[in-house]
Write a protein that binds this ligand. Sequence first.
Ligand SMILES: NC(=O)C1=CN([C@@H]2O[C@H](COP(=O)(O)OP(=O)(O)OC[C@H]3O[C@@H](n4cnc5c(N)ncnc54)[C@H](O)[C@@H]3O)[C@@H](O)[C@H]2O)C=CC1
Ligand SMILES: O=C(O)C(=O)[C@H](O)COP(=O)(O)O
Length: 384
Amino acid sequence: MKIVVDANVPQAQRCFGELGEVTRVPGREIDARALRDADALVVRSVTRVDETLLAGSRLRFVGTCTIGTDHVDTRALAARGIGFASAPGCNAEAVVDHVLASLATQAERQGFTLGECRVGIVGVGNVGRRLLGRLQAMKIACLACDPPRADAEGSAGFESLDTLIDHCDVLCLHTPLVTQGPHATRHLLDARRIAELAPGTLVVNAGRGDCVDGRALRSRLAGRGDISAVLDVWEDEPDIDAALSDLTAIATPHVAGYSLDGKLRGTHRIYRALAHHVGLPARLDVADLLPPPPVPRLVLDTGLEVEEALRLCMRAVHDPRRDHDALRLRARQQGMATGFDACRADYPLRREFASLTVELTGAAAHLATPLAAAGFGVSRKAEA
Ligand SMILES: NC(=O)C1=CN([C@@H]2O[C@H](COP(=O)(O)OP(=O)(O)OC[C@H]3O[C@@H](n4cnc5c(N)ncnc54)[C@H](O)[C@@H]3O)[C@@H](O)[C@H]2O)C=CC1
Ligand SMILES: O=C(O)C(=O)[C@H](O)COP(=O)(O)O
């Protein structure tokens, strides 16, 4: 079996090499020619899988090692009898880590405490639900908006987007890109809603770039300059609006989900799905793929204030300021589109909060609950 795999899929040879002959191609360069003799295709989000790509291919299976599926025309696959799998939830924990670390950074920069904010979560699926759980465990007030879930499950616990806009200090978007239907999300945050955001609002988008009207957001940031933004996803990636990125407090190149854990879970899910599709055994376990974490343990033995301790532990694992600075530098050196993709291709090793165990002495015992709520492992250090 010949398998074409996006070059940005980690451990591709180890996993898919068990099932067939692997050819690695940069995701944006995968075209009909590259698929001429391929039986299976494994992508991430940058390869548009549509009629044009499939024309003339003999593919039997397509897998995307991502949560989002808006780049795949699943109807075209079904019409051709091509099997399909995605990896729901694979990097959801990483996205939540990124959002929490970004909020902690903005709280420090803007002089507020997380405990005094109200966070609105738009899209309460695999990512939003986990974010809600961690924020609530951290005793941070939250409101949730998810009309498709409200329709299916009843409206209790869900608010409208306009209510979130009226009542929240932070608005976090975790919606998929849906272009049609009653709950379409393209420009969900449109010019009208952006104009209505109260001064001081922080907008976070780690869903899909097209869910926010970037031009309207840029005008509000450049004009009144009274709100701020943390953006991981953009319209027109990788050639994103440089003026918008310059006005963005934390501007990252679509890497919120880029923990090694999340990427490998994605690889492993599709490896298993392909093995199942072609009737071969999937011998590898996801634990076989993960190396030990570079920072497994941190000892806190002073009476640090809670938010300072949270920032310290978050930054020991993931610091979104590093990704922001890398994008700025690479965009300046290589141009936006090349720099954006270069940051993603050379992304440094990042693990998830859960990979770090924080050992607390008696003086730091008050940190146990908030650190565990944020997602870290916590243990008590035996006193000497
Ligand atoms: N920045 C990044 O690196 C990453 C981005 N993503 C994006 O985040 C999206 C969400 O991920 P998951 O939570 O895993 O997906 P999911 O499918 O589990 O949840 C999406 C939720 O959004 C809700 N939704 C749909 N339309 C809505 C609307 N108009 N208003 C409010 N809510 C709406 C759905 O009902 C669902 O509960 C993915 O589709 C993907 O596009 C996912 C992973 C990484
Ligand atoms: O899983 C998703 O959905 C994502 O957005 C991915 O984290 C994006 O990763 P790439 O496909 O851009 O490598």
